[in-house]
Design a binder for this molecule. Structure first.
Ligand code: ADP
Length: 584
């Protein structure tokens, strides 16, 4: 993104803080005036003293006291408002980034690691906030202080002032060169931080695998490599800023020394008062100091623009909805679902994942989808939920093409129990209540009871208020599943999409989960991806999927009689179970 475009988009956020920026303009101008006043004071007091004029002393002291008070107040307000601007802009951008993260399409999420996306809302957000607050205000204040001091210098001694001019073009040059270097360096730095955040998320999410497979050293050495890259980039950043400061420092101080020597020469010759020389030195400080800081500040601002680029590129990512939908209750009518000749391939692979898939399900039916892994069963669900647009064919619900429905309306038909139960950090109550807007206590309890979860919840000291830990780690697998089922029961949607867990539970847990599922399925149309075929013998229809095609379609008895794919899968699984039982 071009720098102008990035600035333009940042301006949108800055505009909202115009009152604070107005306040900051005031403190900035007052700050410059107070600085100049100090120079004036130095010269006036020194001249008065050298002329032995003591009667104005009480006035000087009173004036100094007032100005000191003003300086104190101004410094406080300036600092507070700079922080406030930065905090407010960060808050607005964070909210917008979060909203965008919730809106981005599933294919975009497939291609971008969550840890990396996370860093846009953390480290990049921080960098942009600093850029729009402290750095930007210094970048504006310093040139004003420089110009004001220069004008004052001209009034004192224009020949001396001209010497100071030499520093100007040099600083602009240094700022330009180093600013560019810094922007590129910061861009790489933030990318590395993003990758590191992604890596950390993987590692922390996989604690048990890391520990059981003894991956600690391997992961630490991978982390060390990333850390080394980070150190390299951070050091380079330090070098660039250091070089910018050093070059401008050397030339700034050189200008300063030359000007002082010349001033001293004029004082010796009697053409400059001592007071004026003191004022001159003070003004030179205001001029040279900010000049020396400018390249570094410019470089740092460029770095913030790099971070803004990364945030805006996320903001430009494809989204599945324009605006976040309102929370609403699930649809309550459903008659039929039809897939006709649906073809689909993921954009990342050229291969057809679904090839002319057709089936029909009517209200209240149980349709099981079975077959070897990789056959396209989960993809079928993802298409029904509108995660990806289909390549060819048509999916309709109650005769309406789902492509013409809003995603919100479409998803209102479904309750979903995924294979990997995703629960959110919080209490059991919060997690069940996610199933329905404004769920009442009675509804939550009744859902927990139907899901065979109420007893174990009540055995816990805190009951429904028990904190379940990150993704429910403080619960057992079977307990997590039953909470997930309770959430789906509360949702009360007409169609249930059930991705049966592959992990076998102990017998008692399994019985409770199966019983809860039966209650959930009652009165609903259910599409179930089944891994254990013994659980779906009662299904109205069984679809056998292989390589993206439905190769068999019928009920258990029919397909067993047919004696082909389903028969083979079923008998193979039965034999496995028998031999397992024998081993036990
Ligand atoms: P099943 O649920 O039957 O095991 P899936 O629907 O998960 O099968 O996968 C079908 C095929 O699609 C597999 O070859 C898999 O590699 C591929 N696939 C699944 N998800 C994605 C994705 N997000 N991007 C690209 N390919 C995918």
């Amino acid at each position: 993104m071009s720098q102008a475009k990035t600035m333009h988009r940042l301006f949108f956020y800055m505009k909202r803080q115009r009152l604070l920026y107005a306040g900051l303009t005031f403190t900035m101008l007052l700050g410059v005036a107070l600085d100049l006043w100090v120079a004036w004071f130095l010269s006036t007091v020194t001249n008065a003293a050298s002329e032995g004029e003591m009667q104005r002393w009480p006035f000087f002291i009173m004036l100094a006291a007032i100005v000191l008070l003003l300086i104190g107040l101004n410094t406080y307000l300036d600092h507070y408002w700079r922080t406030k601007v930065s905090v407010n802009i960060r808050k607005d951008m964070r909210n917008d980034t979060m909203e965008q993260l919730l809106k981005v399409s599933v294919p975009y999420r497939d291609d971008n690691h969550s840890g990396e996306l996370l860093s846009r809302i953390t480290t990049d957000n921080q960098a942009v906030g600093n850029g729009c607050g402290d750095t930007l205000m210094s970048l504006i204040k310093n040139p004003i202080l420089i110009i004001a001091s220069f004008v004052y210098l001209i009034l004192i001694h224009w020949q001396l002032a001209l010497i100071c001019l030499a520093i100007g073009p040099l600083t602009v040059l240094i700022g330009g060169v180093f600013g560019k270097l810094m922007r590129s360096n910061t861009g790489k730095l933030q990318e590395t931080l993003g990758r590191m955040s992604a890596f950390l998320q993987d590692v922390l999410g996989g604690t048990s695998v890391v520990k059981t497979f003894g991956l600690e050293r391997k992961l630490l050495s991978r982390f060390s490599r990333q850390n080394a890259t980070l150190v390299h980039l951070e050091t380079s950043g330090g070098k660039i800023e250091g070089a910018a400061n050093s070059v401008s420092g050397v030339f700034g101080n050189l200008t300063f020394l030359i000007a002082i020597l010349v001033a001293a020469f004029w004082v010796a010759k009697g053409s400059l008062e001592v007071g004026a020389m003191l004022a001159f030195i003070q003004l030179m400080n205001y001029l040279v100091g900010p000049f020396m800081q400018l390249p570094g500040q410019w470089a740092s601002f460029q770095g913030s623009l790099g971070s803004a680029d990364r945030i805006f590129s996320l903001m430009d990512a494809p989204t599945e909805v324009e605006t976040l939908p309102e929370e609403r209750h699930a649809n309550n009518t459903f008659n039929s679902l039809t897939m006709s000749d649906v073809t689909f391939q993921y954009s990342s692979s050229g291969q057809l994942v679904l090839d002319s898939v057709s089936f029909h399900a009517t209200g209240g039916e149980i349709v099981a989808v079975v077959g070897a892994s990789g056959g396209g069963k989960s993809t079928l669900f993802k298409l029904l939920l509108g995660f990806y647009p289909i390549t060819n064919g048509k999916i309709s619900i109650d005769g309406n093409n789902i492509a013409d429905m809003s995603l919100h309306e479409l998803r209102g038909y479904f309750a979903y129990v995924p294979q990997e139960n995703h629960l959110f950090t919080g209490t059991i109550r919060d997690n069940i209540a996610d199933g329905k807007v404004d769920a009442s206590e009675d509804e939550i309890i009744s859902a927990a009871q139907s899901a065979n979860a109420y007893n174990f919840i009540m055995e816990m000291e805190e009951g429904l208020d028990t904190e379940i830990g990150e993704r429910g780690t403080r619960l057992s697998g079977g307990q997590r599943q039953r909470i997930s089922i309770a959430r789906a029961i509360l949702r009360n949607a007409p169609v249930l999409l059930l991705d049966e867990a592959t992990a076998a539970l102990d017998n008692e847990s399994e019985r409770l989960v199966q019983d809860a599922l039966l209650k959930l399925m009652a009165g609903r149309t259910t599409l179930v991806i089944a891994h254990r075929l013994s659980t779906i013998t009662h299904a109205d229809r069984i679809l056998v999927m292989e390589n993206g095609q439905i190769v068999e379609n019928g009920n258990h008895t029919e397909l067993m009689r047919q004696g082909e794919r389903y028969y083979q899968l079923y008998t193979a699984q039965l034999q496995k179970e028998i031999s397992h039982d024998e081993v036990r």
